[in-house]
Write a protein of this length. Structure first.
Ligand SMILES: Nc1ncnc2c1ncn2[C@@H]1O[C@H](COP(=O)(O)OP(=O)(O)O)[C@@H](O)[C@H]1O
Ligand SMILES: [Mg+2]
Length: 404
């Protein structure tokens, strides 16, 4: 039996990456900048395909355009202190600059010593660390200085490369910490905007959940002008079909035909969310290639069965972590006409009046804060809310038996 080509799972490259042409073009435009005026923020809810787009497509685009690409995942730890952020940046840079030669001695600040010795060393992590420690000024000054030297060396060693893209995933983890007097996020924005204004082509590509951009702007208002924001959404009808059918090129005709038959229901049930498409197709493929597929008899029932499995694998665990009152509030949200988009506290309160679960304004606010902390809702800059889990509203409606 052939291997199942579909890949549901965070950061798993899909067999066919559908759509995203607008995003690719936009990034390509940013790579044409000689002076970096715009950096990129790529946001969207979990499972929409940010990581694979960045790793697969945008990386290729950068390399094709003669930019270096360094990348990492931002863990919570990076946001703890400025020192962690510096370590992250220098570690990233080291992957490129580790074998560039750096001459110390000839222009040493104490160059009037008797025997000015020239010594060539590698511009690797240790060198950068030592240099960093010996720079005067604040952390931002020191970091800028190191990055300026790196740019200088890059022009000598790799004159054909246009710049460096620093591609950071899960960047919503970056945060300033007022109570510890640690401002790694401000540091990052200050240093990059300052370097960019001096003509250094180091570009930031920050990928993360929707709170990312509001966070950047809250840290430094100039971030608003510094970033182009691309919000990834679900795939269109045609793009979904391509994601579903194209991976089957080498498969037997009867299998392809079966997928073509189910392509409508899959789109209807997944609404084009990439993770769910992969999940669905993987299940369907397993079923159709299993010892005794009975598509003809059970064809009608199949979407229902796969939905049940998706509910169990994906939603039930999240639902189980909520209190009864939090579930009540989410159930009210699932009744809103705009449950799949943005909604206000007022709308929730109004709708709750017609149910057995009336919420006051302050109680609704309190519940939303708790749900935000559990990663179930997002709040945008204008105080509107949205569900943080794709198709959660449909799951709730299925659970509650609400008519769709
Ligand atoms: N454009 C796409 N076409 C088909 N499948 C995709 C696409 N983008 C993402 N996927 C699939 O969706 C899932 C989630 O992708 P991922 O990049 O981890 O999302 P995110 O980083 O936004 O949480 C993976 O299984 C991936 O293979
Ligand atoms: Mg991701």
């Amino acid at each position: 039996m052939a291997d199942n080509p579909y890949r549901p799972g965070a950061a798993h490259a899909p067999p066919y990456l559908a759509g995203r042409d607008a995003e690719r073009r936009e990034f390509s435009r940013l790579l044409k900048q000689t002076q970096v005026l715009e950096n990129l923020v790529l946001t969207g809810i979990r499972g929409v395909g940010k990581t694979v787009l960045m790793r697969e497509e945008l990386r290729k685009e950068a390399i094709k355009n003669d930019w270096f690409w360094v990348t990492s995942d931002i863990s919570e730890a990076v946001s703890i202190s400025e020192e962690h952020l510096v370590t992250r940046l220098l570690t990233d840079l080291n992957t490129l600059s580790g074998d560039w030669e750096y001459t110390v001695g000839e222009r040493h600040p104490l160059g009037f010593t008797d025997h000015p010795e020239r010594r060539v060393i590698h511009f690797n992590y240790e060198t950068m660390q030592v240099l960093f420690e010996h720079q005067p000024g604040l952390v931002a000054d020191k970091l800028k200085r190191i990055l300026l030297i790196a740019w200088d060396l890059m022009q000598q060693h790799r004159p054909n490369q246009k710049g460096i893209v620093f591609a950071w995933d899960e960047a919503q983890n970056l945060a300033d910490r007022d109570k510890d007097k640690q401002y790694p996020l401000s540091l990052l924005l200050d240093v990059f905007s300052s370097l960019q204004s001096q003509g250094v082509p180091f570009m930031l590509l920050l990928t993360g959940l929707p709170p990312l951009f509001p966070k950047l702007v809250a840290s430094r208002t100039f971030a608003e002008r510094m970033f182009r924001v691309l919000a990834l959404g679900n795939l269109s009808r045609d793009e979904s079909r391509a994601a579903i059918i194209n991976p089957l090129e080498k498969e037997p005709k009867h299998l392809k035909d079966a997928f073509v038959r189910f392509d409508g229901p899959i789109y209807g049930l997944t609404k084009g969310y990439p993770y769910f498409i992969q999940f669905w197709c993987r299940e369907l493929y397993d079923y159709l290639t299993s010892a005794s597929p009975q598509v003809d008899e059970q064809g009608e029932d199949l979407p229902h069965r796969i939905s049940r499995k998706l509910d169990m694998d994906f939603f039930d665990g999240r639902w189980a972590q909520l209190t009864d009152r939090q579930r009540d509030l989410l159930s009210v949200i699932a009744r809103l006409k705009n449950s799949a988009g943005e909604f206000t506290v007022q709308e929730i309160v109004e709708t709750s009046k017609s149910t057995e679960q009336a919420f006051s304004n302050s109680h609704a606010n309190q519940m939303l804060t708790a749900l935000f902390n559990k990663g179930m809702v997002f709040k945008n800059r204008h105080g509107k809310y949205s569900l943080a889990v794709p198709l959660l509203d449909e799951y709730i409606r299925r659970r509650m038996g609400f008519a769709d």
